[in-house]
Design a binder for this molecule. Structure first.
Ligand code: ADP
Length: 423
């Protein structure tokens, strides 16, 4: 909570607490038709989102477009001209000839890369991540590059809002529920965003109404990157040292889907080296980083066969260890449980601190959560809820943890709408 406060007061703190410039909280009565773009993973997603009011969303019409390696690593104009072509494709499919001559369709852009925003429709790219290296983008305003590409193709589209995916989840969830405090991601990585009173965002020098609210992108994956607060084990340290970003995103490395399997592999290796597992037998595959994906932990944790047959299969097929005893398999299952339980407990720690910080611990509130880890890992949400009970006692029953999908498209549509309202 202290770090949340520091991040709101000054730049350069361990929690970035990035202002999203999205002001206002959706009421669920918003109405309008929007184009949305989501760039940040393997695919580009373009959608038509209809906000119908009454907390209802029309059937989302969307299309995925593969972003090739050439596009990811060429010049940014080529990438954004490709994006404009994809927008044109969806416009033709979903709007056809139903666009009047002087109509402009508003577009909300979910762009999940590090940007510095100075307005809802202005974001300077700080650096590319996730395999993108396009020239001509870093240091420039992403919205204006996109708008130029759309204009070159004479498309009737105006880019009105730029948001990050976590902000989108918070917005989307607030459209459906009135008691939303925050949106979170528990997938490959982890992050959260919440609604903060503008007067509390001391580092922001703008003429906003201090009584209004703005969504803050917490960037909580970076929490405790100084390694002074959380108990970090030797297995976590090994993973961190061997990662491509040592000493950063430490909280994320304890929690998110990208890392849990690797922590588990590190623990198994430690026990093998001491002949406490598989009689000391290892294999070439056991030395391969990230070979043991988190999805295998899900299978092992839900293996309720008497002889742990599914666990045996994974050890045989993935690691070529074919002579495991039942005790070996029980140990492997227990390691998965411990790593999985710790991840869910730490995720709840993040939620509990925001809920307490917003003084919502006695109120009815809900959290919108997206991501395959939360969706697919067995008992993840039950374990999270049990941990919230340790923090808040019976009051934890007033906290809803809701899986939210399509958050980034619905959120981008709402951001585009709120951008127009705040003008
Ligand atoms: P992203 O966060 O990349 O946008 P997802 O929310 O789908 O996408 O998260 C993908 C991550 O979820 C993968 O990196 C993987 O670690 C994890 N994951 C996928 N399937 C499972 C599963 N069955 N059980 C646990 N974790 C899973």
């Amino acid at each position: 909570m202290k770090q949340l406060k520091n991040g709101l007061e000054k730049d350069g703190q361990s929690l970035s607490m990035v202002p999203s410039f999205v002001t206002g909280v959706p009421t669920g009565n918003e109405i309008g038709t929007y184009l949305t773009l989501d760039l940040g993973g393997t695919n580009l997603r373009v959608c038509k989102v209809i906000l119908e009011g009454g907390r209802k969303i029309g059937n989302i019409k969307g299309q995925l477009y593969e972003v090739s390696e050439d596009l990811k690593t060429g010049d940014v104009t080529i990438l954004f001209d490709f994006i404009a072509d994809c927008v044109k494709d969806l416009l033709l499919k979903e709007w056809g000839n139903n666009i009047q001559e002087n109509d402009k369709i508003d577009l909300g852009f979910t762009f999940s890369f590090p940007v510095i925003q100075t307005a809802i429709d202005k974001g300077i790219l700080l650096k590319w991540t996730k395999g993108f290296t396009c020239t001509g983008a870093v240091g420039n305003d992403i919205i204006s590059i996109l708008q130029k590409s759309l204009d070159r193709k004479s498309l009737p589209v105006k880019v009105t809002a730029l948001i990050n995916d976590t902000v989108g989840i918070a917005l989307a969830h607030a459209y459906y529920h009135s008691e939303v405090v925050l949106g979170a991601i528990l997938g490959t990585g982890t992050n959260g965003a919440y609604f903060e009173q503008l007067e509390n965002i001391k580092k922001l020098n703008h003429n906003f109404n201090p009584l209004d609210k703005m969504i803050i992108n917490i960037e909580w994956g970076a929490f405790d990157s100084e390694k002074v607060i959380l108990p970090i084990t030797q297995y976590d340290n090994k993973l961190d040292k061997e990662s491509n970003n040592p000493n950063s995103q430490i909280f994320e490395k304890l929690i998110s889907g990208m890392y849990l399997g690797e922590i588990t592999r590190n623990i198994m290796l430690y026990l093998i080296d001491r002949s406490l597992l598989f009689n000391g037998l290892s294999s070439e595959n056991f030395n391969k980083h990230y070979i043991f994906e988190t999805k295998y932990m899900s299978i092992i944790e839900s293996d309720n066969t008497e002889t742990l047959e599914n666990t045996k299969q994974i050890l045989e097929n993935l690691f070529h260890i074919s002579t495991t005893s039942l005790t070996d398999r029980q140990i492997v299952k227990r390691i998965c449980q411990l790593v999985g339980i710790r991840a869910s407990r730490l995720s709840s720690l993040a939620l509990a601190s925001i809920i307490s910080y917003c003084k919502m611990e006695k109120s009815k509130c809900c959290v919108g959560i997206d991501g395959s880890l939360f969706e697919k890992y067995p008992n993840f949400s039950v374990r999270m809820h049990n941990t919230l009970k340790e923090f808040f006692g019976e009051n934890a029953d007033k906290i809803g943890l809701h899986y939210t999908s399509n958050g980034s498209s619905i959120g981008a549509a709402l951001a585009a709408l709120l951008a127009n309202q705040s003008k």
